[in-house]
Design a protein around this ligand. Structure first.
Ligand code: SIN
Length: 501
């Protein structure tokens, strides 16, 4: 039974993890409500995914070794087993048989490509726009399903919980804030790109699920492992809103990185040069930008316009003459940590699940291997949805949210987010100075206190997003300050020596 106020399973978020969870639940006889802040498909990070989705092909063990190596041996081998052992079946079942995604083909069959730190060609793709070619048919399929209701432009503000069990969430949409009860709640709210000035994420990625889960008492892990993508096009150094991802697949096809003096530099940093793990390339690009000026991606070794028509058009739209090289810089791309979950997406709270980027499965450790995020969302989503199905709905007293007053003082949220991003960029970016992390925490704590004071006076989506961003930023800072091992994306550097004068 699905009514406006309850469903067997409530999924919060509409990326591939959330959609796979919904599919897993309806296949197991449950009715599902998907509540998503997105108003169009572009609102989910999955829509933006370029490179593709890796599969195990005939060698799951080699895939596992590549994931472990990219993570600097910090990924959880048992979690990686779950991923590589289920990869082929999940992709075949859902993407090929159920959704009929038309992956690119070459010669006889599917075209498998390669990206950085993969030791074989195992990535299925559609041009360099794989995300939307999976996400749109997936949304359409579920939209047409009798047991699924999709509420868009609807935000979850708080979990409804009692004594360690979650019973639903407070949902906010244009007309009201109301409790929505569910037998299980599955968080699939994506990443934290909004916490940084430059990101490849859509502009609603404020860490909502992570903050809600943490505030409800769920465990959260590995928050210091924030992955920066090394090749994000920067059309205008003074306008962070115009940046866009240039897929690793472009380097996979032969593009080269050149520094401000026109020299290729990646062979000096790693034996695999441009195809080194992502954290290594991001650090190298940052270092070369600081030492020599603009870094560019030289696409002359390939037929860029023909091989990557979507990206070529994007460059042209932004007045980038890609034949001269694409100016690139690292930008926040993916959070490897998140809400702690087991191999079925179960969090440490009863009836609460998390899937996709907001979850921490252990698959990525300190650094994620390219083209494993859609796969992780798909595999864990199906497992979590199946596990979450069939639990009874128990309406309990909902939290009292204050009279709704969506208007915030002019510039309130914008000013606070600006301050938060400055701290995250300076102290919790590609490099972290251990001596600065305490200061970052103090600044973020102060900011969170100011936001909390407002949360006590009104209920508004932008205020809750701001609170979620502040909670999540503090978690990143706290985990970073507690980890003194420089590994993967958590790159600790020493402060420069003060000069004599
Ligand atoms: C890319 O296309 O470079 C991004 C793929 C990923 O993040 O896995």
């Amino acid at each position: 039974m699905t009514t406006e106020e309850s469903s067997d399973v409530l999924v919060v978020g509409s990326g591939i993890g959330g959609l796979a969870a919904a599919l897993g639940a309806v296949r197991n006889g449950s009715d599902v409500t998907i509540a998503t802040k997105a108003t169009r498909p572009e609102g989910a990070s999955s829509w933006w995914a370029q490179g593709g989705i890796a599969v195990s092909r005939d060698d799951p063990d080699q895939f596992k070794q590549d994931i472990l190596a990219a993570s600097d041996a910090t990924a959880d081998p048992d979690a990686v087993d779950v991923l590589v052992e289920n990869a082929n079946d999940a992709v075949e079942d859902v993407l090929l048989d159920t959704l009929a995604v038309e992956f690119d083909e070459s010669g006889e069959g599917l075209d498998f490509t390669r990206e950085a730190a993969h030791s074989e060609d195992r990535i299925l793709h559609v041009d360099a726009a794989t995300g939307k070619h999976i996400h749109v048919p997936f949304l359409n399929y579920l939209d047409a399903h009798d047991s699924v209701e999709i509420l868009d432009d609807t935000a979850a503000l708080e979990l409804i919980r009692h004594e360690g069990r979650v019973h639903g969430a407070m949902l906010e949409s244009a007309d009201a804030v109301r409790p929505h009860y569910a037998g299980s709640v599955i968080l699939a709210t994506g990443g934290i790109g909004e916490l940084y000035p430059r990101t490849t994420n859509p502009d609603n990625a404020t860490g909502d699920g992570i903050a809600m889960a943490a505030l409800a008492g769920a465990d959260v892990e590995d928050m210091e492992y924030v992955q920066f993508h090394p090749t994000v096009a920067v059309p205008d150094e003074d306008d962070d809103s115009g940046v866009f991802l240039v897929s690793e697949a472009v380097r996979g096809e032969g593009a080269l990185l050149r520094n401000g003096e026109g020299e290729r530099f990646m062979p000096d940093y790693h034996d695999d040069a441009e195809l080194a793990p992502r954290d290594v390339v991001a650090r190298a690009v940052k270092a070369e930008r600081e030492a020599t000026g603009d870094v560019t991606l030289d696409v002359s070794p390939l037929e860029f316009g023909a091989d990557f028509p979507g990206l070529a058009q994007r460059c042209t739209d932004h007045d980038i003459e890609y034949e001269q090289g694409i100016p690139v810089a690292p930008a926040e791309h993916f959070l490897c940590g998140g809400v702690t979950v087991d191999d079925h997406g179960r969090t440490t709270l009863d009836r609460l699940y998390a899937v996709g980027e907001c979850s921490r499965t252990g698959v990525h450790g300190a650094n994620r291997l390219a083209s494993t995020s859609l796969l992780e969302g798909l595999v864990w989503g199906l497992r979590a949805g199946a596990d979450a199905a069939g639990k009874s709905v128990q309406p309990i007293e909902a939290p009292e949210l204050l009279e709704r007053d969506p208007e915030l003082p002019a510039r309130f949220a914008g000013d606070k987010m600006h301050r938060l991003r400055r701290v995250m960029d300076a102290q919790l970016g590609v490099e972290r100075d251990p001596a600065e992390l305490g200061r970052a925490m103090a600044m973020l704590r102060r900011l969170k206190g100011e936001v909390d004071a407002y949360v006590r006076t009104r209920t508004s989506r932008s205020l809750y997003e701001l609170r979620n961003a502040a909670v999540t930023a503090l978690l990143v800072a706290r985990h970073a300050s507690e980890n003194d091992e420089s590994v993967g994306t958590h790159n600790l550097v020493d402060a420069p020596e003060p000069t004599a004068d």
